[in-house]
Design a protein around this ligand. Structure first.
Ligand SMILES: [Zn+2]
Length: 55
């Protein structure tokens, strides 16, 4: 395995899907590669948290 360069769906920037992350995804059984860069992923997570837990 080697690091992969992917393009973020949200901001269009390239980001690295590292070997370690690929191994993590594989271990979790995820078939899809990440669609967003870490920054956008974090922003999305943050936005969800700001709205508070779902009830
Ligand atoms: Zn992004």
């Amino acid at each position: 395995m080697a690091d992969k360069t992917l393009v973020c769906k949200d901001c269009g920037k390239e980001f690295i899907f590292t070997e370690g992350e690929q191994a993590f995804y594989k271990e979790k059984g995820f078939e899809n590669e990440p669609q967003r860069c870490p920054a956008c992923r974090k922003a999305k997570k943050q936005a969800r948290n700001d709205r508070g837990p779902r009830r």
